[in-house]
Design a protein around this ligand. Sequence first.
Ligand code: IPM
Ligand code: MN
Length: 366
Amino acid sequence: MERIVVLPGDGIGPEVTVEAQRVLAAAASRHGLELEFEDELIGGASIDAHGTPLRDEVVDLCRKSRAVLLGAVGGPKWDDMPVDTRPERGLLRIRKELGLFANLRPAAVFSALTGASSLRPEIVDGIDLLVVRELTGGLYFGEPRGRALVEGQREARNTMVYDEHEIERVARVAFESAGRRRRHLTHVHKANVLEVSQLWVEVVEEVARDFPDVELAHQLVDSCAMLLVREPKRFDVLVTSNLFGDILSDEAAMITGSLGMLPSASLGEGGIGLYEPVHGSAPDLVGRDAANPLAAIGSAAMLLEHSLDAPEPARAIRDAVAAVLAAGHRTADLVLEGETRDVVGCTAMADLVLDNLGLDERDGRS
Ligand code: IPM
Ligand code: MN
């Protein structure tokens, strides 16, 4: 029995994680894996119940589990709070406490969805890239930080700082991922301005010596943002710092059609993985059964692959999702303007995925 902690969080987080959990449990049990789920609070939900975005008990529970499935945190209700007590702090803390320094955000386009992108289909068709984002350092965590009143003026400060160990370990994850893919790695930086980026270039070059079969390129972050919309297919794996990765992964997600499709895995030294959709809490969609559960379901597939060493049920989930999309089913976020289609809700979409898992089994495929 493997224990999975579920942290649904806020907004549409609970709606998509409950569906992802159903699909995960079904796919796992068909492959002989029994999972035990435990629900806990994070983010605004935890602030409301306990006055803090993440309790120590929850961190301990996660430490004793195999993996964590997370929804989303934040929402308008908590928007006026200072940054150090906000819902987002719970997410940042769990990443840090579990040592999850490598955040894998794959952005691949399902062929049924090339029309859903805001880019032309011929630019989109075949996009298959992976953003490896450093997740426990950089501007998000650097000290000193905070606000001050200096000679009557409000001032605020954050610090971008990386040491070579932090860069090296995430670079290794990125090179290893590239080695399993098309063997091309792009390091994204701002070394024409930032000393931190110059250190990244140096350390990434050093790590590259251990991966002679992976081709390495360095790309400035501004031109990378431009190339992602002009020629996204040129990219295989991208590796970058926390803030740049946050920004570029939203861009990468959107060019594939919808932010509602993209899963992520956060991995580290401790052997515990955290899996969450890249989309946020989407307050405007809450309570309307309108959220797209496929990013959360894709995160469940990543959990099977990375934390449970179970690639077959992971593939079964992805195949089921592809089949559902190919059959024309769409949640509202995937429907183009002017297109007439039956729109399915969050629960119905997960039901369809479950039905297709079943069909796979009866066909003897997996
Ligand atoms: C993400 C989110 C988070 C981040 C927020 C909610 C703290 O945008 O996971 O991309 O910036 O890392
Ligand atoms: Mn983000």
